[in-house]
Design a binder for this molecule. Sequence first.
Ligand SMILES: [Zn+2]
Length: 464
Amino acid sequence: MSTTPHAPDPSPARRHRRWWWVVVVAVALVVAAVVVAADVEHRVWEHTQARYAAAVTVQEEAAAGSRADAEAAYAAGHDDVVAAIDEGRPVLTQSRGQVEHPKVRRTLAAALEDAEALRDAPVTYPTTTSTVEAVTRPNPFRPETLPAVEAEVVEDSDPTRAALDAAAADVAEATDAVVQARREWAYDALEPAVQDARDALDALEGEKVGAGLRDTLGEAAAQGTAVLDAGPDEVDGDAAVELRDTLEDTTRAVWTDRIDRIVSARRAAAKADGVDCTVDRCVALTFDDGPVADTERLLEILDRKDAPATFFLVGSNVERNPGIARDILDAGHLVANHSWNHPLLTTLDDADVREELRSTTDAIVDATGFRPYLVRPPYGDVDDRVRGIATSAGMDVVLWSLDSDDWRTRDPKRVREDVMDRVTDGSNILMHDIHPSTVDAVGPLIRALRKEGYTLVPVDLLAD
Ligand SMILES: [Zn+2]
């Protein structure tokens, strides 16, 4: 065996030592990396846990307060609806017949119905489920899971707050519209009442009027004029309606007082002349639709017979024949109102009825100086409304109890016989001086009536 000189080999112990350091460094690096990674993972997990806990807390708080919040919101909305109904319902009731356009009230009625349905609907609080998702630690060495958490949350009521708010707003808006419409109506309704009151005060100037009535009417008329002058936007609907009622009641009272005074004076005068319809068998001849030319012939007949009668004059005929109207009054007969154009008064609106009556009264006053206190609606067509307007214009409504049918038969003999067949104590006999046949019938009819013991009187002297 030969030996070659060479460098001495490193001892195995030194070789071993060098590898060991490599391993040590490598292990140290790995350990360091693991430590860093573990630390990062730990921090991330801590952060995740904190987020999870915060989400659960928020959810718990939301769930705990949600029902109370929804209940409070519903209660506030419900209170608003009740308040709107409490305001709107009386306005709807009060305004019946007191607004021009019915649609305004219909809108309020519908809004109130909807609101009342909501007010009375049972309330529920529907819930939704709120979830905080589960989280799992992505660490195989330390597996850990935070579970999903669920909670019931109330978000709104049923009926919803929004529905309640909308219903309350609808009612409030519709109520305002009715209040405004009623204000305009009240203003418009006040105008004729003030006018009637002023007419009555003018007409009765210098006449005796019942105690205090003239002052009351004067004050109310002044108040009404002030309200009208202020304009419709300033009108308090309730106050205007009350004032209108006062004006109407007092105007009617003033006129009724006048009529009572005139009629009782006339009855007293008649009694002094020996005519008392509570004792005598009285009948009244009444002639409608004149004055016309033939009325003069009738006046002559009545004069010859010394028979009083009543004439219900048509205003347009008075305007044409004012002299004849004056002759009727001068002959001692009673003159009354029978409208201007002879329409069916119940088919006309208030303003037109007033105009029919007022213009006729004015024409009679102009022609004769006498203010009529009786009116006979053409065709006997009357209702409470027309009667009220007539009373406000100073007249009592008088119809008839016996229709002579003279307008149909147009035959003097038939007219006389028809009346004599049916006449009775207190008959108020309807005839028309526009028919010559009627005028021809009057002489023989008066003879026949007197033969049976009847006393002829103007219609207002008949016993009540
Ligand atoms: Zn007539």
